[in-house]
Design a protein around this ligand. Structure first.
Ligand code: LLP
Length: 414
């Protein structure tokens, strides 16, 4: 297990988190690579019986060293911007192992991706298909494309991260996707139609929506084959949930079994996991600055820490739960706390109503922040973004240094 207590101190693999905080300062993100490797290999094993390819969703954590290590594990990538493409190339990825998703690819991004030899554009609209065709023609290239279907599947997750329902901006209804695929196959000579893609949402814990959406997309594939449009790729997206509190998400093995039961023999299957590979590997270290009693009787007291919503926005944005632990166990009476940051907004909280025995100066670890943690950070309130550290066994390194005020000001006039 990557996070265990040794002599009362929470450690990332063999390294006490207190030692990292002392050397690097707080707030600071820490990732244990042993955890990521274990999850990656588990997924690989689960997909062993089918022709599947893991395309890590870069948006979950795009730290360059993370991407380099993903390349070493053998991952391909799912990207959603030219910036992410630059990152994976710099990390050593082969662009032909990269799929480009997203509803708003700019001309510049399409042209850049085409020139690098991108593996596939997951196309989300007719207008986008025309744009890619036009740019490919100008460059004298053929663009590999899949059409993203919106299978209209209701999922049980936060509404901001459900993507596969009719009212969402993503993908196209089956009939429209069918018509576009046929048009690409017949009339758009600079596009090469490879298959169908979809992604129904994130932090999903039930398998049923995966079964339903895959069946719907396999049906659509059959219709395409009848219309003599070849369709060799199916990209089922990511979204596999993790346990933050009491969730009981399906396992990779269960997902593998579901896929093995489907007729996928002739198909190259892509999966785009982000959170499920890296979420549980990360903690955010933060120190208690002040303890402040609640003015209103019956309300939890305030524990004011040096991390804030700019460092980790998930609690403020989705009311997401992240477990909070003291790094060093100490005696004392537990009380209920709202753990808040220094930012001037009431929405600036990291955790609510947590029972802990706290003192000023205590070091806290906010758990399960390896995905959608640092990548969603900002400089709000002119706060400097935290450092990122990667631990593996008894070795650790700073994979991104803490920002300095000079980093921030250099971008501005005078
Ligand atoms: N593929 C596509 C096309 C996606 O849009 C996403 C996530 C993924 C793959 C990876 O999903 P994952 O396996 O990581 O669930 N910021 C939110 C999550 C947004 C996810 C957006 N799309 C959060 O903090 O929960």
């Amino acid at each position: 297990m990557p996070y265990l207590r040794k002599e009362g101190v929470l450690c990332a693999d063999d390294i006490p988190l207190s030692a990292i905080a002392t050397q690097v300062g707080t707030p600071c993100y820490v990732y244990t690579w042993s955890d990521v490797t274990a999850r990656y290999r588990e997924l690989e094993r689960a997909l062993g019986s089918i022709n599947a390819r893991i395309r890590y969703a870069v948006k979950a954590n795009s730290n360059l060293e993370v991407l380099r290590r993903m390349v070493e594990l053998g991952a391909g990538f799912d990207i959603v911007s030219g910036g992410e493409l630059e990152r994976v190339i710099r990390a050593g990825a082969n662009p032909s192992d990269v799929v480009f998703s997203g509803v708003g690819k700019t001309r510049q991004e399409v042209s850049f991706a085409l020139k690098t030899g991108i593996g596939c554009f997951n196309v989300e609209s007719v207008a986008e298909a025309h744009r890619i065709e036009e740019i490919a023609e100008r460059l004298g290239l053929t663009a590999p494309v899949a059409v993203r279907v919106n299978p209209d599947i209701d999922v049980d997750t936060h509404p901001y991260i459900a993507t596969g329902m009719r009212e969402n901006k993503f993908g196209m209804p089956e009939d429209d996707a069918f018509a576009l695929a046929v048009a690409i196959g017949r009339d758009m000579s600079h596009l090469h139609f490879k298959g169908l893609a979809y992604h129904i949402g994130s932090q999903l814990t039930e398998l049923e929506p995966y079964a339903d959406s895959l069946d719907a997309v396999l049906e659509l594939r059959s219709r395409l084959l009848e219309a003599e449009v070849g369709c060799s790729v199916i990209d089922i997206g990511g979204g596999f949930g993790i346990r933050y509190r009491e969730e009981e998400p399906f396992s990779f093995a269960e997902l593998g079994e579901l896929l093995a039961q489907r007729p996928l023999q002739e198909i190259e299957l892509d999966v785009e996991p982000g959170r499920s590979l890296i979420g549980s590997s990360g903690v955010l270290l933060t120190r208690v600055e002040y303890l402040k009693p609640a003015a209103k009787p019956g309300y939890p007291d305030f524990c004011i820490v040096d991390a804030a919503m700019n460092d980790l926005i998930r609690p403020a944005l989705y009311e997401a739960f992240h477990d909070v632990e003291k790094v060093t166990e100490t005696e004392g009476e537990e009380r209920e706390w709202n753990i808040v940051g220094p930012i001037c907004e009431t929405g600036d909280f990291l955790a609510k109503v947590r029972s802990l025995a706290l003192q000023e100066g205590d070091l806290l670890a906010i758990r399960d922040v390896g995905a959608y943690g640092f990548v969603m950070s900002s400089n709000y309130n002119s706060r400097l973004r935290p450092a990122e550290v990667i631990v593996e066994g008894d070795v650790w390194e700073v994979s991104r240094r803490r920002e300095s005020m000079a980093d921030l000001l250099n971008l501005e006039l005078g």
